[in-house]
Write a protein that binds this ligand. Structure first.
Ligand SMILES: N[C@@H](CCC(=O)N[C@@H](CS)C(=O)NCC(=O)O)C(=O)O
Length: 308
């Protein structure tokens, strides 16, 4: 099977979800290190404009957003399912909520401690892209509100684990655990001892340690140039299973723009297929050749290019 390639940086909480998924499924993968702030000239030709981290490349297919990346990993490596049978909907909905609830509050509590060491370029980029200020001063000012938000997340996780179950949805790890875990992982790994004052994690420590112990599977390193060559030398997989049935009445062959609800990094290309779970767009460039860019349906809208 073609080796999956993860475009990411080590500090990325969302990428940690996928690295742990590789560990859980015992998958061999290749790591392409991406700069922590753009420009990302070697990644964007593969994603058609999506700039966020991580992106998963398998040959000439590129999967954006961890929600879809994890379900694609389940499709290709069904053992140790992250969306367990009978719980797919509940896990998907919980994970979408936890991703949104935890990431910015936990990251901003962390920068309220370490913000002085954060490069000015990073702060300026995230203000422009996310309209969010990670500077020390702004993070400290926002700390009381972010503590409340993270406390709510921790309370829900604690409630779910209260009956002694090892993972949020039962005996096995699911995408729900990874979504609830990654913001707390980032805070615990980067916030030093002081983070315990802002985010009391003691009650969740056994659950977090259980997840951390999964590790990242077998990781090798690949250059960005080599990843582009992999895409150029491959053909996208047939899109069987993703039937032509877009609820917005678009059809395969239309020039489209796929826009996230919560971020401004639209993907441009030609619609290949779309259904209730996934949108597939063809994108071509000299450096990457023709790729299929896959995005989740939940949280994204596809419109005719020019109508946006
Ligand atoms: N919904 C996306 C969110 C990804 C995301 O926001 N990732 C962060 C890094 S952890 C990011 O891309 N930040 C801006 C950037 O690096 O350009 C997912 O699940 O993959």
């Amino acid at each position: 099977m073609t080796r999956p390639i993860l475009h990411h940086y080590d500090l990325s909480p969302f990428a940690e979800k996928v690295r742990l998924a590789f560990g859980h499924k015992r998958v061999e993968w290749a790591s392409v290190e991406v700069p922590i702030w753009p420009p990302r000239p070697d990644m964007v030709p593969l994603t058609g404009g999506y700039r966020r981290i991580p992106a998963l490349q398998i040959g000439a297919d590129v999967y954006c957003d961890t929600a879809l990346i994890l379900s694609e990993l389940d499709r290709r490596y069904p053992d140790h399912a992250l969306y367990p049978a009978g719980q797919v909907g509940a896990v998907t909905a919980f994970a979408a909520w936890a991703d949104a609830a935890g990431f910015v509050p936990a990251a901003t509590l962390t920068t309220s401690i370490i913000g002085d060491g954060v490069p000015a370029e990073f702060i300026a980029d995230r203000i422009a892209f996310m309209k969010h200020d990670f500077s020390l001063a702004a993070s400290r000012k926002a700390a009381p509100v972010n503590r409340q938000r993270v406390t709510a997340l921790i309370g829900i996780i604690a409630d779910m684990l209260a009956d002694g179950r090892p993972f949020l949805f039962g005996d096995t790890l699911s995408a729900a655990d990874l979504a609830a875990y990654h913001p707390l992982w980032f805070a615990r790994s980067n916030g030093g001892e002081e983070i315990a004052r802002l985010i009391p994690l003691d009650a969740l420590a056994p659950w977090m340690d259980r997840i951390g112990a999964i590790g990242h599977g077998e990781r090798t390193t690949l250059t960005a140039d080599d990843a582009l060559a992999v895409a150029r030398d491959a053909l996208p997989d047939p899109t069987e299973g993703v039937v032509d049935g877009d609820p917005g009445s678009l059809v395969a062959g239309d020039a489209v723009l796929v826009q996230a609800d919560q971020a401004n990094d639209p993907v441009r290309g030609t619609l290949v297929a779309a259904n209730a779970r996934e949108i597939v767009v063809r994108h071509s460039s000299d450096v990457a050749g023709t790729v299929h860019v896959h995005l989740p349906r939940l949280g994204y809208a596809v419109v005719r290019d020019g109508d946006a």
